[in-house]
Design a protein around this ligand. Structure first.
Ligand code: AHR
Length: 322
């Protein structure tokens, strides 16, 4: 693309005034171009998020350039640089990790390309480097998980030994979910996190790390807190292979509320899943249109979410969209 939207609009208007182009066709032909740099395909959540973005772009008539960073920050930075070089109208991305994006964001700003953060945020000193951040409140998700556990263990004097499967190291959901969960459980010293390690948000890693936890702690483990459903599902397999009953011998709490988690809950193998909605596509497309039209958009758009204990799974499952 040699012309960005602003240059094109001016050129198209001039052509219309000169009578070279009918007004409607000149503007109708130019679609908004959005460059989206996705984290990867690490989880059921991410697959649903990608699908939501692709279908919403199509529906909104937005020309989407999509790249998959395979959970590597350097790939994501490369993709953003290529969108800058292509002079797209808007760049959106879900940062793999929170830090290290300052330079590329400055490059986008210098090229006058607005940036939208979706799902995950970045830590930057200058928040004018992005227009808006839309996505979940990850700290609150961690708190919801913690509150459910406190309520669930009410009659138990303890100790309640917890193992934690963290998300990708340095990512906003891993940092914030841990923070929110700890904030709630620290009120009662009977809760103890005895092991905590990353499972990188994947089933395979979740299983592998849970195997190591079981080897080291065995029947000492009372609760598993997994930062996403995929890791919990991997861990369930490890628990069963160790001859224990998931959701009975070990209480399991996870986050996302994807269909796989509902299936595990209906099978009686997962106790609860805190919702984290991946369906950000329609919101993103409408923000992109507003930004291009010069309309103001809020700096923070928070996704509304619930929590689903296993008792509700059967009734909720048919209406789940991801
Ligand atoms: O950033 C959202 C998180 O990323 C989801 O909870 C997890 O499943 C995904 O990989």
């Amino acid at each position: 693309m040699s012309m960005n939207r602003r240059t094109f609009s001016a050129a198209a208007a001039a052509a219309c005034v000169a009578g070279a182009l009918p007004m409607t066709s000149a503007f109708a032909q130019k679609k908004i171009v959005l460059g989206f740099a996705q984290v990867g395909a690490e989880s059921e959540w991410r697959t649903a998020n990608t699908e939501s973005i692709k279908s919403a772009a199509q529906e909104a008539g937005i020309d989407l350039k999509f790249s998959d960073a395979q959970q590597k920050q350097e790939n994501q930075i490369k993709a953003i640089r290529s969108y800058i070089a292509q002079k797209v109208d808007v760049i959106a991305f879900s940062p793999v990790v929170e830090t290290g994006f300052e330079n590329v964001l400055r490059e986008a700003k210098a090229a006058k390309i607005p940036v939208v953060l979706t799902d995950r945020s970045v830590k930057v000193k200058d928040d004018s480097l992005y227009v808006t951040f839309m996505g979940s409140d990850f700290v609150e998700e961690g708190r919801k998980a913690g509150r459910w556990l406190v309520e669930n263990q009410k009659g138990n004097k303890g100790p309640v030994n917890i193992v934690e499967l963290q998300g990708t190291v340095g990512s906003a959901p891993a940092i914030d979910r841990k923070k929110g969960f700890e904030e709630i459980i620290k009120a009662d010293p009977k809760f103890k996190i005895i092991r905590s390690q990353t499972g990188d948000f994947t089933r395979a890693k979740g299983k592998e790390v849970m195997e190591a936890f079981l080897k080291a702690e065995g029947k000492n483990i009372n609760v598993l807190f997994a930062h996403n459903d995929d890791m919990a599902i991997g861990a369930i397999q490890a628990i069963e292979e160790a001859g224990m009953k998931p959701a009975k011998d070990i209480t399991i709490i996870s986050i996302d509320a994807v269909k796989g988690a509902f299936e595990a809950m209906m099978a009686g193998k997962l106790n609860v899943s805190v919702e984290c909605s991946p369906l950000l596509g329609p919101q993103l497309m409408s923000a992109v249109k507003d930004i291009v039209a010069g309309k103001p958009v809020p700096k923070r758009i928070i996704t509304k979410e619930g929590i689903f204990p296993m008792e509700t799974a059967k009734a909720e499952f048919p209406s789940r969209k991801y």
